[in-house]
Design a protein around this ligand. Structure first.
Ligand code: AMP
Length: 263
């Protein structure tokens, strides 16, 4: 139960925790009195049953990370606790739901917003922390919060990367040594676009970045786009204030996403 004057923060995760997750907990600790971290591999957001089945679940490692991070409460519900009966869920998340990840993973954001709403109902947080790593997810969650007029503040936190630039992800452990090297093309392509954003037209930047990725063995591009950060529609007008480059690709058998804010 919530005590008066205590600010509660929620950090929702699917476990297999890494420094990216810990950075969210660190931010949460700075802004709240009680930090709750949830670990729940949510079946309704997976569009590929194999991806769900092989999703890593290193429980002992996670508990150790959370203890070290100074997390106050771990919420680790079972699937039947969160979904006692089959439920259809559909809310209007706006047109961006069907772009980018929404195009490649149909129904993904209905599943994501469904579980986040359930976690908010269970934990009753004042503020919740999400990673910019899942750029579109943050937008969709903000739209869900607006849809229900929930009194929860949504905070987006910077992407934490390995020293060589690869965005940290629970899925990185599936990368073979070759995949791990090849995966670097994603952050390098984003770096290139960011470094040259002021001087080269967007169409040329895109062509170059796509070419870099297409010429990397074992990497199959789903999309590389320079988009309006609110609508996620392609953006060619550099005078717009909120522009982001987003990429998704399969590296070997592992699908990775990454992005960079350009201005
Ligand atoms: P996940 O466990 O992958 O569902 O991620 C849980 C939360 O951690 C989400 O809000 C992600 O955006 C965030 N996250 C994942 N990877 C990173 C990263 N490399 N840097 C910052 N936040 C991240």
């Amino acid at each position: 139960m919530k005590l008066a004057q205590q600010k509660i923060a929620l950090v929702p995760t699917m476990g297999a925790l890494h420094k990216g997750h810990v950075s969210l907990i660190d931010m949460a600790k700075q802004q709240a009195d009680v930090v709750v971290c949830s670990i729940f591999v949510n079946p309704t957001q997976f569009t590929d049953p194999k991806d769900l089945e092989k999703y890593p679940r290193p429980l002992e490692h996670d508990m150790k990370m959370l203890l070290e991070a100074g997390c106050d409460v771990v919420f680790m519900p079972s699937v039947t606790e969160m979904y006692p009966r089959p439920e259809t869920w559909h809310i209007d998340l706006g047109p961006a739901e069907f772009l980018l990840e929404g195009e490649f993973r149909r129904g993904h954001y209905q599943g994501v917003t469904q579980i986040v709403k359930k976690l908010f109902d269970a934990v009753n947080p004042d503020v919740a922390f999400f990673g910019q790593k899942d750029f579109q997810q943050v937008l969709m969650i903000k739209n869900m919060v607006a849809f229900f007029q929930l009194p929860v503040q949504i905070v987006s936190c910077p992407i934490i990367r390995e020293d060589d630039g690869l965005a940290m992800s629970s899925r990185n452990i599936h990368l073979s040594p070759d995949d791990r090297k090849n995966a670097l093309v994603l952050s390098r392509a984003l770096d290139y676009v960011k470094a040259n954003f002021d001087s080269i037209p967007v169409a040329e930047l895109l062509a170059y970045a796509q070419d870099m990725i297409d010429h990397t063995p074992g990497v199959a591009l789903d999309y590389f786009t320079v988009a309006n950060g609110e609508t996620l529609e392609p953006e060619y007008d550099k005078s717009h204030q909120n522009i982001v480059a987003l990429v998704a690709a399969k590296v070997g058998e592992t699908r990775l996403i990454d992005n960079m804010i350009l201005n």
